[in-house]
Design a protein around this ligand. Structure first.
Ligand SMILES: C[S@@+](CC[C@H](N)C(=O)[O-])C[C@H]1O[C@@H](n2cnc3c(N)ncnc32)[C@H](O)[C@@H]1O
Length: 337
């Protein structure tokens, strides 16, 4: 049954177990070349949470594997916004001074990115799906920031109501099926609510970055392929941006090589032993996927073994070389035509 209320469409629960299909994509890293299995596994019933309490605009979307309502309290202990130079430089390309622009952060989480933007824009808004995350954002940002609960693919805003939009490390939570159709819808929504000439900055990771540049993902024997398959390849991001009416050019793609997605002082604070701590695991959703696959105990065993055998430094040296050669995040700056 389809219930339609204004622009809001409530869909029936999708089938709980779908067939796994795999495609093979070549992933290249410097002189390294490996095959990545890109899986379109979605909707596994054991990773699909019950639909949270329904609020206006909150019926679709949200993460199907990361329990942000629970992890929201720990999230800020390890994370720190990155690429602020990329965001601010990108918004300065628009025809309006940055201080007069209205900025919407889609999937704003606990509001740390918006906090760094306070005082720099004419107005700030955040859109967030999770109850726990938006509660943290409200407490952090206070009444001057307009925070709205809803889903990225159905933005509860008027056409052409923002000068600037950001989306930080959110798109891998979207269902990847049908060539990332949810992402395509989200980009169309961003184009709709953005003024012509407005700038949209996407901060995401490529499947290759996710696989190779985060030291722990290599230890995830069973969940690695599924985790990576949630991240849209860069060519898909660019294709869907074009399809939504955004312009991208050779300057649009930017990869910071040295900053980790986590706060620099937390990422390797205790070497790989960090991965034994729940608070650390709560700082990156890939651990939640590994947990859904029941492989956290084996991962912890591997970490303990490496430390006990004195092999952790060598492992980390290799992983740090990889991280600093490819970066953990990719930024795309798109212009609404
Ligand atoms: C990795 S966190 C990033 C949070 C924040 N952008 C940051 O960089 O700290 C992903 C966020 O996306 C939110 N999210 C996932 N799917 C969403 C959707 N369809 N619409 C809005 N937010 C969504 C999650 O609830 C979570 O807060």
């Amino acid at each position: 049954m389809l219930r339609v209320c204004s622009r809001l469409v409530v869909r029936p629960a999708t089938s709980t177990r779908r067939v796994r299909t795999f495609a093979t994509k070549a992933g290249t890293l410097g002189n390294q070349k490996r095959d990545i299995q890109v899986s379109t596994v979605v909707g596994l019933e054991d990773i699909k949470p019950a639909m949270p309490n329904v609020d206006v605009g909150k019926q679709s979307g949200g993460s199907t594997y990361c329990p942000y309502d629970q992890t929201s309290k720990q999230y800020d202990q390890t994370r720190k916004p990155l690429g602020l130079n990329v965001f601010l430089g990108s918004y300065a390309l628009a025809p309006w001074p940055v201080h007069s622009q209205s900025l919407l952060d889609v999937g704003c989480g606990t509001g740390t990115f918006l906090e760094t933007m306070q005082g720099k824009f004419g107005s700030l808004s955040g859109l967030e799906y999770s109850d726990g995350m938006i509660a943290q954002a409200k407490a952090r940002l206070g009444p001057d920031v307009n925070l709205v609960q809803g889903s990225a693919d159905n933005l509860p805003f008027e056409d052409a109501s923002f000068h600037a939009i950001s989306i930080n490390q959110v798109v891998h939570h979207f269902p990847p099926d049908n060539n990332f159709a949810f992402l395509a819808r989200t980009f169309k929504e961003a184009a709709r609510v953005l003024m012509p000439g407005g700038i949209f900055v996407i901060n995401t990771s490529t499947p290759e970055q996710q696989r190779d540049a985060f030291w722990w993902v290599e230890l995830f024997d069973h969940s690695e392929a599924v985790i990576c398959s949630r991240f849209p390849p860069l060519d898909v991001v660019l294709e869907h941006l074009g399809g939504a009416g955004f312009q991208v050019n050779d300057d649009s793609v930017c990869v910071p090589l040295h900053r980790s997605l986590m706060a620099s002082d937390k990422y390797l604070e205790k070497g790989i032993a960090c991965g034994l701590e729940k608070n650390y695991q709560d700082g990156d959703s890939s651990w939640a996927m590994a947990e859904k696959f029941g492989e956290i105990p084996q991962v912890m065993q591997k970490i303990n073994d490496m430390v006990a055998q004195g092999k952790d430094s060598h492992y980390l040296l290799r992983k740090e070389q990889q991280r600093k050669s490819m970066g953990q995040a990719t930024f795309v700056t798109a212009i609404k035509q």
